[in-house]
Design a protein around this ligand. Structure first.
Ligand SMILES: CC(C)(COP(=O)(O)OP(=O)(O)OC[C@H]1O[C@@H](n2cnc3c(N)ncnc32)[C@H](O)[C@@H]1OP(=O)(O)O)[C@@H](O)C(=O)NCCC(=O)NCCS
Length: 216
């Protein structure tokens, strides 16, 4: 299980780390991600360079950190960011009472769950479901290159979910959602971590390379 923190200053720097917070514009998510990495490794901001390429997950290019995974998302003035030693994805979605549900890109079992709900609960459930689906696809490094109906998200309780994926079996360590209020309405922020996760803080190894810490 992982909980989002809402302020980099309130985060202890231990990995995996996930942050969800209001931002003034979409571009600010990148700076916040850089701040998280700097904090996790006890570096200054200018010692951290993250590469962002269209259609790809962000990667840390300076200093080298083989095996470190980053993810980011933003929607309507809210950013979600995550850093972990195993593949991680985050997403944030606003509950939209006027939105149309894209039934054709849902797994049939997900569609059945949503259809059984009253419309206001359905809007909330869809925001949560979609944030989990995108977070999972980002953790896989695929995004919407993969057909979203090809796997099923199953909600387990108010916070946790499971992924039923015929391609990977039991590959998910964490699939968790938190809710927050934004000026645009309620938002679901989700984080998904794939198995083979390594936890803990790297900060005690200030003088060693990122690569070295990864292999501890
Ligand atoms: C991942 C994706 C669903 C996110 O789209 P979105 O809802 O508009 O945007 P979000 O705010 O949720 O997320 C944006 C972040 O997704 C991340 N992202 C993009 N592609 C990703 C991928 N293949 N795997 C993991 N993360 C990815 C990036 O970090 C991006 O932020 P950055 O550019 O600042 O680094 C979408 O970008 C996608 O599917 N990309 C892959 C397909 C592709 O190549 N599309 C190009 C246009 S057809």
């Amino acid at each position: 299980m992982i909980r989002f923190v809402h302020d980099v200053a309130a985060w202890d720097g231990a990995l995996p780390g996930a942050l969800v917070t209001p931002i003034p514009s979409g571009g600010h998510r990148r700076e916040l991600l850089q701040r998280m990495v700097a904090k996790a490794f006890d570096r200054t901001l200018d010692e951290v360079v993250i590469e962002h390429r269209e259609g790809r997950r962000p990667t840390l290019s300076v200093p080298t950190a083989a095996g470190l995974f980053l993810s980011c998302a933003s929607r309507a003035g809210v950013a979600a960011l995550a850093v972990a030693w195993s593949p991680i994805g985050v997403d944030v979605e606003i509950v939209d009472p006027l939105g149309t549900i894209p039934w054709n890109v849902l797994h049939p079992a997900e569609g059945a769950v949503l259809r059984a709900l009253a419309s206001d609960s359905r809007d909330r459930a869809f925001a949560r479901l979609w944030s989990l689906k995108e977070a999972y696809l980002k953790a896989q490094g695929l995004g919407l290159r993969r057909e979203p109906s090809s796997f099923e998200i199953r909600v387990l309780d108010g916070q946790c979910a499971a992924v039923n994926d015929p391609d990977t079996g039991d590959g998910v360590a964490v699939a968790s959602t938190e809710w927050l209020d934004t000026p645009h309405g309620r938002a679901a922020a989700s984080v998904v971590i794939l198995n083979s996760q390594r936890s803990g803080t790297p900060r005690s190894s200030r003088d060693r390379s990122f690569q070295g810490r990864r292999r501890e």
